[in-house]
Every structure is written in structure tokens, then in C-alpha cells.
Design a protein around this ligand. Structure first.
Ligand SMILES: Cc1cc2nc3c(=O)[nH]c(=O)nc-3n(C[C@H](O)[C@H](O)[C@H](O)COP(=O)(O)OP(=O)(O)OC[C@H]3O[C@@H](n4cnc5c(N)ncnc54)[C@H](O)[C@@H]3O)c2cc1C
Length: 280
């Protein structure tokens, strides 16, 4: 199916992109296009204008210096070639499990975050790693914690006239991992769990961040599992106990492919696997 007619603009700067969004309330940013264009072809989205940010070079920058700063238009493929990002294992693994080569060649971490698909891999990794997302709008720049960024299905804390410019991963020394059960047709996460553990010199877990995607309507922290593993040595028994409560308190999603009960089960299984690798 063909999309509805739209205007097209390709700004050279973030300021220009913000001006275009402010002047055209029905405009949408075009990033990798791998979520927006399919939605337009199905007429689920009918923006009056596409503001293509592919010409804004600063949005493709990546720097790694303990933490990492990822431009919102850097593709998965760009990022997977960046060895420094391997230290942020949960994100690196989540990116490597997105779709296929073609999707990773065009799709972006920034686009995935801004789209907030409940079955996307990236949001869980960003939450587990304690990422911050930087938005520029007509009133200036603001920084939004990943915990507050994902608001609902396909809904984020971004205003319609804001551009997500970069994603910052803090230098925490956390050991992290991402586990996914992919839908066999779409490749999206039926369930995905990202874990990041910080430990003291004796191996005690001092801070745990565990986030689930796919099983839920928006990427969400597994608070019960975080509480259960914190303060332990993350032994096999500790991990088993934390995984057993991973789905507690979650609003689980179900559909014709996987029931809410099954997704709850997957949440526990993948939490155990991710914790085991992060603690290993
Ligand atoms: C066949 C296929 C398989 C896929 N499999 C997976 C998978 O397994 N796992 C997974 O997580 N994803 C998957 N995806 C989605 C893919 O990761 C997309 O690339 C991603 O969700 C969106 O990124 P994008 O750069 O393509 O954004 P776009 O499609 O260009 O934009 C998506 C939305 O975000 C907005 N937006 C984009 N960038 C910004 C910005 N900088 N500031 C403000 N708003 C912005 C756009 O206006 C639009 O509303 C798949 C896609 C396809 C087509």
C-alpha cells in the first residue's frame, strides 16, 4: 500500500529541525524509517510532513569514554562496529538481536527509543543501563531519565516539537546482559530482559537494574527481582529466587501468539539467564 501524500524537508541542523516541527504540528521526524514508513504504508500514520534528520551529522556521532554518548541517528550497524560499546553489554546485545541485517543497517537506537514499541529490544536495555535521553525543543534542551522516558504504548515523554538528539549511557562499572525470546515471524521481542548489576569488592550486589520488554505494555523495571537480588552474592540460589519473582507486580500483555501467563513465565526464565550471565 502507498502512504498518503506528505511534504518532505531535510534540515541541516537540529535547530532547523525543531523550527520545522514547531511550524508544522502534523510533521514527524524521519530517522531510519523502519518503524515510521511501514506505519505510513498501512496508513496507521499520516504525517503531513517528514522532517528527515539523516543530514544532521552531529546526530550520527558516537563517543565512548567510560560511559557512552550515542547520537540519535546512529544506526545499529554503526554502533555494533564500535568496540567500545561492548562494555555496555545489555545494549550491545540488544542491538545485535534487532531484526536482521537490513533492519540494523537503517534502523537507529534513537528511532527505537522515540517510537517506544512495546516489543522493541532497545528500551529495556536503556532502562537497565540507567541511560539518559537528551531532547532539544523550542524551549531549549532537557535530559530525561530512561525510567521516565517510556510512558505508554508508542508514547514517550518527548513533546511533538522536540528532537531526541542523543542517548547517554553512564559509566557505572555495571556488568550487564540482555536475553530475548524473539517472535519467529517479526523478530521483535515476545519477551526481552535486560539486567545490570553493580557489585562491591566482596561480590555483593549493591545496585540491580532489571527491565523487561515485550511481556508488558511499555518497557518496565522488575522491581521485585531487583529487590531480591540486591544485597546478595548473586549465587545460583539467589538468582533463582530473584527470577521467581521477576513478573511480580507487572501488568503483563497477552495476544493470540503468547498469553500473558506465558509471557510472565518467559520473564522469569530470561531474568534467570540474564542475571546468570551478568553475575558470571
Ligand atoms: C522487518 C523489521 C523487523 C524489525 N525487528 C525489530 C526487532 O527485532 N527489535 C526491535 O527492537 N525493533 C525491530 N524493528 C524496528 C527497528 O528497530 C526500527 O528501526 C526502530 O524501531 C525505529 O528506528 P528508526 O530509526 O527506523 O525510526 P523511524 O521509523 O524513522 O521513526 C520511528 C518513530 O520515532 C520518531 N523519531 C525517530 N527519531 C526521532 C528523534 N531523533 N527525535 C524524535 N522523534 C524521533 C519518528 O518520528 C517516528 O514516529 C524492526 C523493523 C522492521 C521493519
Amino acid at each position: 500500500m502507498y502512504p498518503a501524500a506528505f511534504d518532505y524537508a531535510k534540515p541541516a541542523t537540529v535547530a532547523e529541525a525543531v523550527s520545522l516541527l514547531s511550524a508544522n504540528p502534523d510533521a514527524k521526524i524521519l530517522n531510519g524509517g523502519h518503524s515510521l514508513l511501514p506505519a505510513m504504508k498501512l496508513r496507521l500514520a499520516q504525517p503531513a510532513m517528514l522532517v528527515d534528520i539523516g543530514g544532521i551529522s552531529e546526530l550520527k556521532q558516537v563517543s565512548v569514554n567510560g560511559g557512552a554518548t550515542i547520537g540519535a541517528a546512529a544506526t545499529y550497524d554503526d554502533l555494533l562496529k564500535h568496540d567500545g560499546l561492548k562494555a555496555h553489554t545489555a545494549l550491545y546485545e540488544a542491538m545485535s538481536k534487532v531484526g536482521d541485517v537490513q533492519v540494523r543497517n537503517r534502523g537507529t537506537v534513537g528511532g527505537s527509543a522515540a517510537h517506544a514499541d512495546p516489543a522493541a529490544d532497545i528500551p529495556a536495555a536503556l532502562i537497565a543501563l540507567g541511560a539518559e535521553l537528551v531532547a532539544v525543543g523550542p524551549n531549549g534542551t532537557r535530559t530525561i531519565a530512561a525510567d521516565d522516558f517510556f510512558v505508554d504504548i508508542l508514547t514517550t515523554a518527548l513533546e511533538p516539537d522536540e528532537v531526541l538528539t542523543e542517548i547517554r549511557i553512564p559509566a557505572s562499572g555495571a556488568s550487564s546482559a540482555y536475553e530475548k525470546f524473539a517472535h519467529p515471524a517479526s523478530g521483535y521481542a515476545v519477551c526481552g530482559v535486560a539486567v545490570a548489576l553493580e557489585r562491591d569488592g566482596e561480590g555483593t550486589v549493591t545496585n540491580a537494574r532489571i527491565a523487561v520488554t515485550g511481556s508488558v505494555y511499555k518497557a518496565t523495571r522488575c522491581s521485585a527481582a531487583e529487590a531480591a537480588i540486591t544485597g546478595t552474592k548473586a549465587t545460583a540460589a539467589d538468582i533463582e529466587a530473584a527470577a521467581a519473582v521477576a513478573a511480580d507486580g507487572l501488568e503483563l500483555a497477552g495476544d493470540h501468539y503468547a498469553s500473558a501467563e506465558y509471557r510472565g513465565h518467559l520473564t522469569k526464565v530470561l531474568t534467570k539467564r540474564a542475571l546468570t550471565r551478568a553475575a558470571g
